[in-house]
Design a protein around this ligand. Structure first.
Ligand SMILES: C[S@@+](CC[C@H](N)C(=O)[O-])C[C@H]1O[C@@H](n2cnc3c(N)ncnc32)[C@H](O)[C@@H]1O
Length: 284
């Protein structure tokens, strides 16, 4: 029998579990199961018997702190929707700051090629390629599973022909040998959480985002130190490097890249006033 009193009960259960937007999330969970627009889900919506078990399964996952985008497998980022899974970091709104700056610089300078270090779901690189049809991109990630998700997203956005994906770690001794040429623009949102702090994050993050996407080593800066050694070799003269950074890392990151000869350009802040993106250039 169809159940037409699930909605309000679901809102209550999500609210009691501490979900901050229980009404919105109830709508999204139901809409996903019924394959309808979330805006069409109203309080008296009826769930047919064949969908009730699956909905309850998704609700249980949410009550166990799994983020809603991992449950429904989709997340909006910038203008687009990306497939997500336990294999990739869920795209974050603050990363749009890096993307918007990258789009602006690429357009202003007529850039032709770009590299993303730690491409994950592809939300940054693929949005860039989708926005700028003349641009070609390479996305590198140590996680093969993440690259599988990225490949599907590239196909969904229709940019797969302009996007090369490579499975490689920037800590590999032969990392530079995989590249045939330097790049106009490099973007990266590397793992930047101190190892000891990961389990202090919300459960939604540390239980469900891949550890390799979060772990920045003992001081949170290990990937930046490595990328700083590589970037001068990978960047063209007059090229730009854009990095997302964690809270309180600005000065250390600035020093690390200046030490390798890159020129500091600017810092961009998020809505909370936290330094989020640092821009460097190569001037020779
Ligand atoms: C914070 S996530 C960013 C993902 C995506 N670019 C975004 O902004 O949503 C960092 C990414 O770097 C990758 N990564 C971590 N260590 C790496 C390494 N040593 N070499 C290459 N990729 C690495 C992770 O697998 C993950 O996909």
């Amino acid at each position: 029998m169809a159940n037409c009193s699930i909605f309000e009960n679901l809102v209550q259960r999500l609210a009691s579990a501490g979900v901050s937007s229980p009404r919105l999330e109830a709508r999204i969970l139901i809409a996903n199961i019924l394959n309808v627009d979330p805006n069409s889900v109203t309080s008296g919506i009826c769930i047919p018997p064949q969908s009730q078990k699956e909905l309850e399964n998704h609700v249980q996952r949410r009550l166990n702190h799994e983020p809603i985008d991992k449950i429904i497998g989709l997340k909006s980022f910038y203008k687009y929707t990306f497939l997500t899974s336990s294999d990739v970091l869920s795209p974050r709104p603050e990363t749009e700051i890096l993307l918007e700056k990258a789009i602006k610089l690429a357009k202003q300078n007529g850039f032709e090629n770009t590299l993303e270090l730690g491409v994950g779901s592809g939300c940054v690189l693929l949005s860039l390629l989708r926005e700028i049809s003349a641009l070609k991109g390479v996305g590198v990630d140590v996680s093969k599973k993440a690259l599988n998700v990225c490949k599907k997203n590239a196909e969904a956005l229709g940019v797969e022909k302009r996007c090369k994906l490579v499975c490689k770690s920037w800590f590999d001794a032969d990392f530079l040998s995989i590249f045939e040429h330097p790049f106009d623009l490099i973007v990266s949102n590397p793992p930047y959480i101190k190892t000891a702090d990961i389990e202090k994050l919300e459960k939604e993050v540390w239980l469900f985002d891949p550890w390799v996407a979060l772990d920045g080593g003992n001081d949170g800066l290990e990937s930046y130190v490595q990328i700083a050694k590589l970037a001068p070799h990978l960047l063209k003269n007059k090229g730009y490097l854009l990095l997302e950074i964690g809270c309180g890392q600005m000065q250390d990151v600035k020093k690390t890249f200046e030490k390798q000869g890159l020129e500091y350009v600017t810092t961009l802040f998020d809505l909370a006033g936290i330094a989020r993106v640092v821009v460097f250039s190569k001037e020779k």
